[in-house]
Design a protein around this ligand. Sequence first.
Ligand code: EPZ
Length: 420
Amino acid sequence: MEKLVIEGGIPLKGEVVIGGAKNAAVAIMPAVVLADEGEFIIENLPFIEDIKCLEDILISLGAKVENLSDSAVKVNVDGIKDYRALSEAVKKMRASYYLLGSLLAKFGRAEVAFPGGCPIGVRPIDQHIKGFEAMGAKVTIEHGIIKAETQDGLKGAHIYLDVVSVGATINIMLAATKAKGVTTIENAAKEPHVVDVANFLNSMGAKVKGAGTDVIKIYGVDKLTACNYSVIPDQIEAGTYMVAAAATQGDVVLKNVIPKHLESITAKLLEMGVNVEEGEDTVRVYCDRKLKGINIKTLPYPGFPTDLQQPMSTLCTIAEGVSIINESIWEGRFKHCDELKRMGAKIKVEGRIAVIEGVQKLSGAEVSATDLRGGAALVVAGLVADGVTEVTNIIHIDRGYEKLEYKLQGLGAKIKRVKI
Ligand code: EPZ
């Protein structure tokens, strides 16, 4: 067990290099299963627990995995012969559900242990299942295992998603790559990571068209081959550092970003009075004045991302006036607010709405990371608070933020990891 100990009140200054996108990488790793044979080299992977977990899962399926560096991996898929992913690692993370689509496409059947992930609300997978069933699979859930099987492979289908779902869009895309005929996904998610996964699949020889719009067409192919690929930068990690720079009245240049993917957070920061300057693949965030409260509603891309709602709520706690946050994606994503209140924040949560009344200062306290982004929100709070903040339960943070304390130290923060 470890905790992060932060001495707050230091403006962050300097440059930080953003890593690869977690939510693209956690789909790309399971997608390697689709190749019949060969060796992948995947670069710009985030150095996080979720990726280590997926490496273990691939090894348990028969792949050979070699880490070339903290951000690059070589995966040989020749030995993957098992359609069952039932290891403990599968149960630990959400994105293991992408093995359903990949294994089903490869073997015509799949058995995958029910996925875990952040406690941010009910996380149904009915739309994934609806997609597989439309393609001819029979799906059952028994003893905590999702089983999907087909008589003679998957067939292309027309699927209209009832909700805009990143997971269902990607999982159906994976399954459809080798299906007979054409699959159309309507009301598809448009997140940058959906596009990145489509680009990865196309690099393997798939025919995925329209990713990034709400209609995606997948023309099934017989064979997919291994490839080399570099994952896009992490929009959410970048957004978190942007918030941290603004909260501490700092001046930070983020490198290795795609500014277009950050537009919704940039727009909100500008509205609050923060300065944001976009370069080709950099963003500079600096702030030297009191922030103004704002209203936020989380929405699927290109709307404001739910994954940045929690860090942004910390910023609202120290902004002038009242901010209202409407969380439209996950009903359980305000758990961190009780922890922020220990630090002096004034927040009232009613269902999916949080009303935040800005205070002059937060004060350091012992707080517990409730989930991944909630944990990041508490670290930001610690960076700006008076005195010392201790964030426990950081296992959640390690799942999705690479080298967080090192990157923050590089920006001048006083933060260290301590064994409990
Ligand atoms: C992905 O989760 C991300 N996780 C989440 O990031 C992110 O919050 C979410 O997308 C939304 O952007 C990964 O990529 C591993 P959804 P996912 O399916 O795919 C409902 C983080 O912090 N829904 O887009 O599981 C669902 O209840 C994590 O990095 C159904 O009703 O989310 C939710 O209200 C946390 N039925 C909405 O759709 C389904 O079958 C969006 O969920 C699927 C989803």
